[in-house]
Design a binder for this molecule. Sequence first.
Ligand code: 5RP
Length: 262
Amino acid sequence: MDWGMKNRLSSLMGPDGKCMFMPIDHGYFLGATSKLEKPGETIKPIIEYCDALFVTRGVLRAAINPDDSKPIILRVSGGTSVIGGNLANEGLTTSIKDALRLNVAAVGLSIFIGSEYERQTLLSLGKLVDECEEYGIPVMAVTAVGKELQKRDARYLSLCCRIAAELGAKVVKTYWCEDFDKVTGGCPVPVVMAGGPKVDTALEVFEFVQDGMQKGAIGVNLGRNIWQHEHPVAMAKALHAIIHKNATATEANDIFNETKNG
Ligand code: 5RP
């Protein structure tokens, strides 16, 4: 791997090779998502706990302070909305020239395997990898399911992650599921876990993150369960402890409660 590619990849992780990515890209298809109406304000108290931000160029330029940022994973796919025909019908929205201008550490796009737009999104991944390899920019593939959340099982996610890696993604973001080691075991590049819609208790989040880390994930790309929570700092601090300090879910829950009450 060339120096630039390696350097960009390592900037996304702690010295331990683990990572806590903070996605704030939801507006690219959801509009002004709850608690993300002013993304710059949302991330202020929690940015210190994350290793990189996952964001579109619009929000990056409008709301993120370039003097005080974390490495950027630029969301470069889109073209659909939650009220449109099909969320899977995505294309590339951003040029590599603009990504370079923004000094990003990586770019990210969604692939929709098993959907009507499987071929289109996979060919976009291939094209993006071709362009990014030329400039040493890592590509993170997001194995997206649109509205079909029931697709999130090990057989399906393992297929998606492997295909993403085969097409040249340097990192794959996927959902946690039961038997997560089957997903990481078949994927030759690092896997990070997405969060998904906000769940009922903090402990549920800590448990799946701990399980996924033990089963081979290198970290998370987890948004709503942090910044939509009524105690975002406590959530961020507790998750940081699981990812970078090997805390158990129970220990993370203690950190969450201490932070929330302190
Ligand atoms: C949307 C995305 C988001 O980055 C992803 O959903 C992660 O955020 P959350 O933890 O809120 O699900 O890729 O397609």
